[in-house]
Write a protein that binds this ligand. Structure first.
Ligand SMILES: Cc1cc2nc3c(=O)[nH]c(=O)nc-3n(C[C@H](O)[C@H](O)[C@H](O)COP(=O)(O)OP(=O)(O)OC[C@H]3O[C@@H](n4cnc5c(N)ncnc54)[C@H](O)[C@@H]3O)c2cc1C
Length: 432
């Protein structure tokens, strides 16, 4: 059975070593408390401290323990939801604001990497969204039309060009986005944290927040061995929300996503595979992703958890998929396997909930959180620093509720397991 501990995560193995941060002890006062040390929390800490606020960030485990230290590392523009749909859900003006802000998200991510010299294997060579079928190509054509209407510099590649770029016969075409790129996500998150500390933010690890209360016009946050008090608070715990802060419990369905990584490929093995090192994912309903890391390991990922009785279906799928994409990699040893949680909202759009005065909870990037997490964290900090909410990419809601999230989480996992199981034994599932 595949091990799924955090330490079987490739990113945890190859991230630059950092000193552990102390847990919070005693009582501390600040201008802003941030709960959660992922992209959202760390970019908020950096921006707020850059703007002169005193910041306390409390992380339950270690920085990047959540989705931020486990993801594929595709720094994409926009959301997974196409821009027309975003405008249909939010309305023209609000949708356009979110689309425009997130179209520039890779610029923000790569500019922070440059500015703070974050060593995270940043490779801005674009991403390829690959059509796994003819209907996938129709989807890409529609995405291409919507993006070009908004002056995005995307390119729709033919089947033969896609073969040249990916080195695989498996695809019908691909949408190339040169604004995007890949990173070592945990190193990026740790780099944001280090930059925030450099600007005087105080970050604490192993400090799970157990209670958030309003007292004397301020927010009082309790951990096992300390408290923090501030007039402003951001809860950035997202898909890893620890159930002990129910007052601010974000609402979403949980979707798991796993990845496996080979040992470094030899030059002969990797010949023709992604010569320009784009990060890739496909149009399948149960999507797959693939990319190289800096050492030439090939990473393959898809929807699913590695922690249940039937999860060997995902492993068998991975071995078969690898051979289907690249026959020369058939039987290649998989050295790493890990998974993470994605917070999927019903409309697949991120939410900001203003749960009290100067108190925000942010969640639900629905699988696209490197750019959005950095943008939302930065924007929340800017809004709190200036008192100007127009910095926020979406209007904050007073509350947000979703029904039957456990059932839909189960549905996602069952669907992925059945699809992978069927692929592994050579059966096609009905559907796209
Ligand atoms: C496997 C996988 C692949 C993905 N691939 C991509 C990709 O290629 N590109 C992309 O853009 N996005 C991707 N995503 C999505 C992206 O990783 C997330 O949207 C993003 O990391 C969310 O960042 P965050 O800071 O909001 O939350 P997280 O990174 O999840 O951080 C939340 C933190 O809060 C902490 N916490 C929880 N409860 C408490 C508490 N009570 N007290 C203190 N701390 C607490 C947790 O320990 C955690 O560290 C992927 C996600 C996964 C899981």
């Amino acid at each position: 059975m595949i091990k799924t501990k955090f330490n079987n995560n490739l990113w945890a193995k190859t991230a630059n070593p950092v000193n552990p941060l102390p847990p919070l002890e005693g009582d501390i006062k600040a201008d802003l408390i941030i709960v959660g040390g992922g992209f959202t929390g760390c970019s908020a800490a950096l921006e707020a401290s850059k703007n002169g606020l005193s910041v306390v960030l409390l992380e339950a485990e270690t920085i990047g323990f959540g989705g931020s230290g486990r993801n594929v590392g595709l720094v994409n523009a926009g959301l997974w939801t196409p821009p027309n749909e975003v405008e249909d859900v939010l309305g023209k003006d609000a949708g356009e604001k979110l689309n425009t802000t997130l179209a520039a998200a890779p610029d923000l991510v790569f500019s922070l990497i440059d500015k703070y010299q974050i060593d995270c294997d940043a490779t801005r060579n674009g991403t390829l969204h690959c059509a796994h079928s003819k209907s996938g190509l129709v989807d890409l054509q529609s995405r291409f039309d919507q993006q070009t209407e908004r002056n995005a510099p995307v390119d729709l590649l033919s089947q033969s060009d896609t073969k040249l770029r990916t080195g695989s016969n498996a695809f019908h075409g691909a949408l190339f986005d040169p604004r995007a790129g890949t990173i070592q996500p945990l190193s990026y998150c740790l780099g944001l944290a280090t930059a925030a500390i450099g600007k005087t933010a105080q970050l604490f690890e192993k400090s799970p927040v157990t209670q958030i209360v309003r007292e004397n016009q301020k927010w009082l946050v309790k951990t096992e061995r300390g408290t923090a008090t501030a007039p402003n608070i951001i809860v950035a715990t997202n898909a890893y929300t620890n159930g002990e802060v129910p007052e601010q419990q974000p609402q979403f369905s949980l979707v798991h996503y796993f990845q496996l990584a080979t040992e470094p490929l030899t030059q002969t093995e990797r010949q023709n595979i992604l010569p320009a090192l784009e990060g890739c994912w496909d149009t399948a309903m149960v999507m797959s992703s693939f990319r190289f890391d800096r050492d030439g390991r090939f990473l393959l990922g898809s929807v699913g958890s590695l922690n249940h009785a039937a999860s060997s279906a995902h492993k068998f799928w991975a071995q078969k998929k690898l051979a289907a994409l690249y026959p020369q990699l058939a039987g290649k040893k998989l050295d790493y396997a890990w998974h993470g949680r994605i917070a999927m909202t019903k409309d697949h759009l991120p939410k900001i909930v203003e749960f009290g005065p100067n108190a925000y909870s942010v969640f639900g990037y629905s699988g696209r959180g490197i750019g959005p997490g950095t943008v939302f964290g930065t924007a929340l900090a800017r809004s709190i620093s200036t008192g100007d909410k127009s910095h926020l990419p979406v209007a904050p809601l007073k509350q947000y509720r979703e029904q039957m999230t456990s059932l839909s989480s189960l549905y996602y996992e069952a669907g992925a397991t059945l699809t992978h199981g069927a692929f592994a034994i050579g059966r096609k599932m009905v559907g796209r």
